[in-house]
Structure formats: C-alpha cells, structure tokens
Design a protein around this ligand. Structure first.
Ligand code: ZN
Length: 497
C-alpha cells in the first residue's frame, strides 16, 4: 500500500469516527438540556453502545498498519503540514487507546458512572464516608491506567497528558509556585474598592430579560447564532457538534445579574474557538482544538480579560440599562467594581480572579500525590482542609463545602484541574500580545467592536487547530515561553491598592 493510500484510509476512518463522536455529543447535549427524566436510563444504554463502537474503531489494528505506512514517508516530511500533524496526533491517540486493556477501559467507565452517582448523593448529604470507597476504586484504576499508558518520571504525567499534550507535573510545579507566591502577596494589598460587595448586581432580574441581555453579549463578541444556539442548563458548557453547529448553554439566577452573563461570555469564548477552527480540516486533528488549557484560555479571555474590563462595561452598561431601566443612573465605576469583587471563598466555582488559581494549585498537589502514591484517599479530607487553611486562610466547615464540592474526581478526571490555571496563564499571555499587536484594541472594545481581537485570535490560534502543542503555540504566538508573569502583571495592575 502506498503512503498516500494509507493516509486516505486514515482520513476516512477518523472522519467517520468523528460523525459518531458528534452523535454521542448531541446525545449528551440533549441529556443536559432537554431529555425527559424517564428517558435518562435508556439514554445511558444508548451512550454505552455508541462508546463501544467508537472504542472498537479507535483500537482497530488497521489504524496501526496505516500509520506505519505513512510514518517516515515524504507525506509527513513537513512537520507543520496537515498530514504530519494528523499522523502525529493519530499515533498518540492510537497508542493511548491500545495500551488500555479492554477490561480496564470497561472498569474505568463503570467506576466513573457509579462514582458520579455516589458523589451527587454524598455531596447532598455531606457524607464523605459514603463516597470514600468509590473514590478509592477510581484512584486505584487511574493508577493502573497511568501504568498502562506509561510515563517518564511520574505516573501523574500519563493522566495530565490526556488533557494537555506534552505537559508535565514537574514543569508545572515551578510556574504554580511562582503564581501562588504572587497571589498570596497580592491578596492583602487588594484595593478596598474591590471588597465593597456586589450588592449592585443583586435584586430581581427576570430570566426572560436576562436572556435578551446575554444573547446580545454573545452576539456582540462574535458568537454566530446561525451556527449554534443558547439554552439553559444546570452546569453550563459549550459543545462542538460539527460544522455550523457549536452550541452554548448558560445558567440563570434571577437574584443575580452576573451569573448568566459571565457564564455566557465564558461558554461563548469556548465556542468562538470551535467556530474558528479551519473547516477544510474538519474531522482530523489539524482541524481540532489542541488542548483543554488552550480551550480554557479562550473562554477566560472573553469572560475576564474582556468581560470584566472597564472598557467592556463602557460599551455594555448602557445595554444593561436599556434592558433593566432600574439600573439607570448607576455609575460605570460602581458596576466595574461590583463585577470584580475579590473575596477568598470555600467554593472554587464562586472564586474571583485573584483567588481562583489558589483553589486549582492545591487541587493539583493533592491529585498528584493521590496518583503518585504519597497520599491515601482516607487522608484526603484532612489534607484538603489543611490546604484551604494554608492557601486561603479559611476553615472548611463541612466536606460538602470542602473535598466533596467538585465533580471531576468522581468522574475519573484526575489530571484535569491544572488546565484551568493553564487557561488563565495562556489567556493573559495571549491577551498581552494582542494588545501589543492590535492597534487601538481597548478603544475598540469600549465601542463594542470586538472583531479586531477575534480576527487576531482566529489567525494566531484558532486557525492552527492542533498544529502546535500548547507550550509551542504560546512561544510562537507571543515570542516567549509560558510564564505566570503576564497574568500576575494583569492582576497587579487591576487590583493592587
Ligand atoms: Zn471553561
């Protein structure tokens, strides 16, 4: 078989698998937005059947044979060419799939499904002992998975690499250490104006009117409603269902104006990345997002660096006042302070820009120890509470507001947390570069013109798909290695009193 023919087989194989994955995602979207309660059990069977078909395709021995035909051929001579990028990523995924024995894959899927249900109940009842055996099972299977996948220095890296290609715990640790020291140094120096509370955003804000507002915000930053839709859900997400169909979801709180708005900007930021991927490479890695960290950089950029800026509110406050006339006369500066309140809290998802990454950094240390073997699941609540005391100076009153608050570990997602902080760091570094390169960027934002920024992101990041791994991408786009410097500088400039 010629390399050209083998490559053609690979493209056809993976594009067909992509259709199945999109069907799987459409079922997921439906489950989280529309599906009737009585349909949930049958849906789980449908999802499992489809997952089995996808797994069979991912581990198809013909993939290994085709890859061997193409690798080393002239087709992949240019490392930035589409074929080289695709073959590199397909090889990575193929190895990840075939190294996991079917029994382990099945046990992991089952433990994650059972873990999620157990976690939901345990969190609602504040019952850590009920959840503990499920988490012990998950951690033990994840360690087996890490051993099967293989690693150079520590088991945790094998799991981290599934979410963030090329990333290593030992490379993250010094970045996180520098960031943590800077955040803890900034916290006591935060301008008191950012501690006055967000009372302005509290009140009665009917959902229908909020929806008008959040649709306007998403459309303003460039989200294409003709190629997607916005629906309410309990835990907002964005999902790429194929060309011309990238959907977002949000959550409305009728007593708070910020919840749906910032969730929508966040998810629309993810969706702008998906909508900006090169259509001609659809169904292959060259046309796919490169990592969770880079995805999160796009959502955080729009939610925080743009959405919580004074310039954005110069444009958007009159829009808010048009929809909610009761806010007429409220000064810009007061709203800017209200949407940027800083206050250490127990709950990660409620954390502000200064303290958010402190939540992530201690989770990274804990999960790294869980996987590498330095921490037993039984000792986790105590270790958690101690970490919260040390990094946020808060006392955890119960496990529901402590170790039981996040969904990730119960679903088997260990190695995922660092991608949130990576997202914040990448976002600040990208945004600083955009401000240097795009003339009059903040003036444009203040006028409600977001296209110059979006065009820059499209060209520098979105259009590349998975061509470059995150650390190479940031070097290429900004001329510098990943560093917490730009993020720290942004926070100091914004918040220091
Ligand atoms: Zn996100």
């Amino acid at each position: 078989m010629t390399p050209e023919l083998a490559y053609q087989h690979l493209c056809e194989h993976y594009r067909e698998t992509a259709y199945l994955r999109e069907a799987q995602k459409l079922w997921f979207w439906d489950q989280r937005t529309m599906l009737a309660p009585k349909g949930q059990a049958h849906r789980a069977l449908q999802v499992a059947a489809l997952a089995k078909m996808i797994h069979a395709r991912d581990t198809d021995p013909r993939v290994g044979e085709w890859l061997a035909q193409v690798e080393g051929s002239d087709l992949v001579a240019d490392p930035r060419g589409a074929a080289a990028v695709n073959v590199r990523e397909w090889r990575r995924r193929y190895e990840q799939s075939v190294r996991i024995p079917p029994e382990l894959a099945h046990a992991l899927a089952q433990a994650a499904a059972e873990g999620q249900t157990a976690w939901e109940q345990a969190r609602a009842r504040n019952d850590w002992p009920a959840f503990r055996p499920f988490l012990e099972r998950i951690v033990s299977l994840k360690r087996e998975q890490a051993a099967a996948l293989g690693y150079d220095t520590e088991p945790y890296d094998a799991l981290l690499d599934l979410y963030e290609p090329g990333e290593r715990a030992a490379a993250l640790a010094p970045l996180f250490e520098e960031l943590e020291a800077a955040l803890r140094g900034l916290l006591p120096r935060v301008n008191p104006d950012f501690r006055g509370g967000d009372g302005l955003l509290r009140g009665s804000f009917p959902r229908e009117r909020q929806e008008v507002l959040v649709r306007e915000a998403a459309a303003a930053i460039g989200y294409d409603f003709a190629a997607g839709r916005l629906d309410p859900t309990a835990h907002p997400f964005s999902i790429n269902l194929g060309q011309g169909d990238v959907r977002i979801t949000t959550r409305y709180d009728e007593t708070c104006l910020g919840t749906a708005l910032f969730a929508t900007l966040h998810e629309a930021g993810h969706a702008l990345y998906s909508q900006g991927l090169p259509p001609e490479h659809w169904g292959t890695p060259r046309g796919e997002a490169v990592s969770l960290g880079i995805h999160e950089s796009q959502s955080r950029l729009w939610e925080n660096l743009v959405g919580r800026s004074r310039e954005f509110w110069r444009f958007f406050l009159p829009r808010v006042q048009a929809v909610f006339p009761e806010l007429s006369g409220v000064p810009l500066e007061a709203v800017y302070k209200a949407v940027n309140q800083v206050r250490p809290s127990l709950i990660r998802v409620e954390a502000d820009e200064v303290t958010y990454n402190l939540h992530i950094i201690f989770r990274f240390h804990l999960e790294r120890e869980l996987i590498n073997g330095g921490l037993a699941v039984g000792d986790l609540p105590e270790a958690w509470n101690e970490a919260v005391r040390r990094s946020l100076d808060l006392t955890v009153p119960d496990d529901a507001q402590g170790v039981l608050q996040d969904v990730h570990w119960s679903g088997g997602h260990l190695g995922y947390f660092p991608t949130y902080t990576l997202g914040n760091l990448y976002a600040a570094q990208f945004f600083a570069a955009a401000c240097r390169e795009v003339g009059g960027l903040s003036e444009a934002v203040a006028r409600g013109e977001f296209l110059p920024l979006l065009r820059w992101l499209r060209q520098k990041i979105h259009a590349l798909g998975s061509t470059l791994w995150p650390r190479e991408l940031v070097r290429e786009v900004t001329g510098k290695d990943l560093s917490p410097g730009p993020f720290i500088a942004y926070l100091e400039e914004k918040f220091a009193g």
